[in-house]
Design a binder for this molecule. Structure first.
Ligand SMILES: [Zn+2]
Length: 298
């Protein structure tokens, strides 16, 4: 399907979440590769290079297969690739992540399940090893590389003639997840809010997102998301008190008590990104003792 002159959208199924992910093909450049679970035939599309917006499984998981089928070079952000290797290529990543969640108050029955799921899932994520690394200011076949951290630390956008291939930075129907994770940048929500301001300045006339419909008024959508997070920050601040609470405990107040382990993982990560933004803004305090991290109001 042609979504802009010379740009085709290729939509692949996902087993969970939004149930689909979009890849885009412009001239010989393929942006993102899907989860890689299906048997997509990439060979007949004239793909010369592959650009990855970010290392989440539904964007990078099919990169090795797409590269092998086409002989294309793969291009990915340097920080994004480092995190991609760490998360999908380290045998002990699920344990490291679970230990960090426990440090934030997540009970063992939840974190143990995350370890099991992490080990079951990782072997299916076939990212392309040793890509050409991209950074802000680079150009790829006429596309300007723009760093848009927040949804992922190393998230890239690609801008050409007012069209931004935006990955999951800006979505029309859903608020992109912005979570804090271990061994990552310290204030992802601060990063994300700055990237939204940057989007307003860049004022692309069309954003092609990883999920959902194209966005024609990026500035309005960016302002909506800024406002959304201001409300979420206020709700997070309101859940704090003088008594220390863990990120897990505050996630119960914000997201409810009845969540499956995978959903709880996202809820705690999202809660922590808001708590760390509040700490950076002087609206909350972080406390650490021998048992873990907790937060109070300021
Ligand atoms: Zn994503």
């Amino acid at each position: 399907m042609e979504v802009a002159p010379g740009i085709r959208r290729i939509t692949l199924p996902l087993p969970t979440g939004p149930r689909h992910v979009h890849c885009y093909l412009a001239d010989g450049t393929l942006f993102d590769t899907g989860l890689g679970l299906g048997d997509t035939d990439w060979s007949a599309l004239g793909i010369e290079r592959i650009a990855i917006t970010h290392m989440h499984p539904d964007h990078v998981g099919g990169a090795a297969a797409a590269a092998a089928a086409t002989g294309a070079t793969v291009h990915q952000g340097a920080l994004d690739y480092a995190q991609c290797e760490r998360v999908w290529g380290s045998a002990d990543w699920p344990e490291r992540m679970a230990a960090w969640f426990r440090w934030n108050g997540v009970p063992a029955r939840v974190s143990d399940e995350l370890i099991v799921q992490g080990h079951a899932f990782a072997p299916f994520i076939s990212y392309a090893p040793g890509p050409e690394c991209l950074a802000e200011g680079d150009e790829l076949d006429g596309w300007h590389v723009v760093e848009l951290p927040g949804h992922a630390d190393g998230h890239l956008g690609f801008l050409r003639d007012g069209v931004l291939v935006g990955g999951d930075h800006l979505l029309a129907e859903i608020s992109p997840a912005v979570g804090l994770y271990p061994e990552s940048r310290p204030d992802p929500l601060g990063d994300y809010l700055a990237s939204l301001e940057r989007t307003i300045e860049l004022a692309p006339r069309l954003v092609l997102p990883g999920h959902g419909d194209p966005i024609h008024d990026a500035a309005t959508r960016a302002r909506e998301l800024i406002e959304h997070h201001e409300h979420r920050l206020d709700a997070t601040a309101a859940a704090l008190s003088a008594a220390p609470q863990t990120g897990f405990e505050i996630s119960l107040a914000l997201f409810g008590e009845e969540l499956a382990p995978t959903e709880r993982r996202f809820a705690v990560a999202e809660t922590l990104s808001h708590l760390e933004r509040l700490v950076a803004a002087g609206r909350a305090e972080r406390h650490e003792d021998g048992r873990g991290l907790a937060y109070t109001d300021f």
